[in-house]
Design a protein around this ligand. Structure first.
Ligand SMILES: *[C@@H]1O[C@H](CO)[C@@H](O)[C@H](O)[C@H]1NC(C)=O
Ligand SMILES: *[C@@H]1O[C@H](CO)[C@@H](O)[C@H](O)[C@H]1NC(C)=O
Ligand SMILES: *[C@@H]1O[C@H](CO)[C@@H](O)[C@H](O)[C@H]1NC(C)=O
Ligand SMILES: *[C@@H]1O[C@H](CO)[C@@H](O)[C@H](O)[C@H]1NC(C)=O
Length: 373
């Protein structure tokens, strides 16, 4: 069960990073998922929501455990209210405590099936219960919400977790690799806008060496464009890069867009407590750091088959793989600059994180795709 709780923790963390989105965005999604799981655990173990929530907290790493218990304690008056189970749905619950909210012109979002009764009435019922539960507890509705925020704020300041928060922030806000030692926008780490998104850096200590660049001095001495081709042919005395790639129109792929590739995917075993197991939760960090996207399996920049058939199924084929099969010099030359929910205006910003030489005056030897829904 250990992984399960690390996973819950990561969701809690996700909810504190300012993610793009409407109606509360990721905080809302995280709240809904966590309370949905607590609700189902409560049913599986035939216990109250309070007991199920505390069950989650107790398994968290020490330090964080206390923050979790504090949060649950703030919610305790509602969680122990016997009337709650009559009206509780995870979606409506998160709206009623204002972690989800209605942005102007938007409709209610829901992750679970809508209640049979009117959704708005359902939220109002829980809100009334919240207010009633806090009467006499010394904490009014606003006060408890401030407390929740306070806990959220503190969590990102715990050593060890602070780094994770910063990492999320960097890759989410700027769609640049979270780990990039030389600052050339290519990484040796896969997740968090790393090599699942752009070709893997072959020298992460040298900013002049990264996938897709024009080869430096024909790559006679070392592999500056990371396509694996470098050195000199003994027979002709010419660099291999010139012999194999120079006149053969190498083309990389740059894909700019939103989740249209349908590779935003939330694995069912993570939200269905009956399917949750140590096995399905084993590799949870990577998909979360990738914003629940799977660009390495997508139709433009995908380059490998899934290694986690329990989480995501299917065979990968992509524009990048086709270009690479046509010309091996294109190895690692792909960049995926998409983001879930992006608009074409965002695209203009994302282009800034695009890494391509312009100083040489050469035209980009790449295919640029931009697709928005
Ligand atoms: C669940 O617990 C209650 C008391 O807490 C008990 O009355 C009920 O029989 C239990 N249900 C099941 C299915 O075990
Ligand atoms: C690019 O990344 C987005 C997520 O930001 C993903 O939804 C999409 O499938 C990826 N596109 C391709 C073609 O790999
Ligand atoms: C993925 O699996 C299919 C079927 O087994 C195979 O033909 C294909 O080459 C694999 N693709 C990659 C990128 O490994
Ligand atoms: C976790 O990921 C690794 C590497 O991708 C893979 O080999 C392993 O099978 C995965 N584990 C599970 C339980 O899916």
């Amino acid at each position: 069960m250990h992984y399960f709780f690390k996973y819950i923790l990561t969701f809690l963390l996700l909810s504190y990073v300012e993610g793009r989105g409407v109606n509360g965005g990721f905080s809302c999604a995280a709240c809904t998922i966590v309370s949905g799981i607590a609700d189902q655990l409560a049913q599986i173990h035939n216990e109250t929501l309070l007991a199920a929530s505390l069950r989650l907290c107790k398994m968290l790493p020490s330090g964080v455990e206390n923050y979790c218990i504090d949060a649950v304690k703030i919610l305790e008056p509602i969680l122990v209210n016997p009337k709650l189970s009559e009206v509780f749905t995870p979606d409506a619950f998160c709206y009623s405590i204002n972690i989800c909210y209605l942005d102007p012109g938007r409709d209610y979002c829901h992750l679970f099936p809508k209640p049979q009764r009117n959704f708005r009435n359902n939220i109002q019922d829980i809100k009334n219960l919240v207010v009633a539960s806090y009467v006499g507890s010394g904490l009014n509705h606003n006060g408890f919400h401030r407390h929740l925020k306070q806990i959220a704020f503190d969590l990102c300041h715990i050593p060890g977790i602070r780094e994770l928060c910063e990492m999320f922030d960097r890759s989410w806000a700027r769609i640049q690799p979270a780990v990039d030692a030389d600052g050339d926008l290519f990484s040796i780490v896969r997740a968090a806008r790393g090599s699942f998104w752009r070709g893997q850096d072959c020298h992460d200590w040298d900013k002049n060496s990264y996938p897709g660049r024009q080869p430096l001095k024909s790559d006679a001495m070392f592999d500056s464009n990371c396509n694996g081709i470098w050195g000199i042919d003994d027979k002709t005395g010419k660099p291999w890069e010139d012999l194999l790639c120079k006149d053969f129109e190498s083309r990389g792929v740059i894909y700019i867009g939103d989740s249209v590739g349908a590779h935003f995917h939330f694995p069912e075993p993570w939200i269905n407590p009956l399917l949750i197991s140590e096995e399905t939760l084993h590799n949870y960090t990577q998909p979360l750091l990738d914003e629940l996207d799977w660009p390495h399996l997508g139709f433009a920049t995908g380059f490998m088959n899934t290694t986690e058939p329990l989480l995501i199924k299917g065979v990968t084929d992509s524009l990048y793989l086709k270009l690479r099969a046509r010309n091996r010099c294109n190895h690692r030359d792909y960049q995926n600059l998409s983001r879930n929910g992006a608009s074409s205006f965002d695209g203009m910003t994302y282009v800034k994180s695009l890494s391509r030489e312009s100083i040489t005056g050469q035209t980009c030897s790449c295919l640029i795709w931009h697709v928005w829904q």
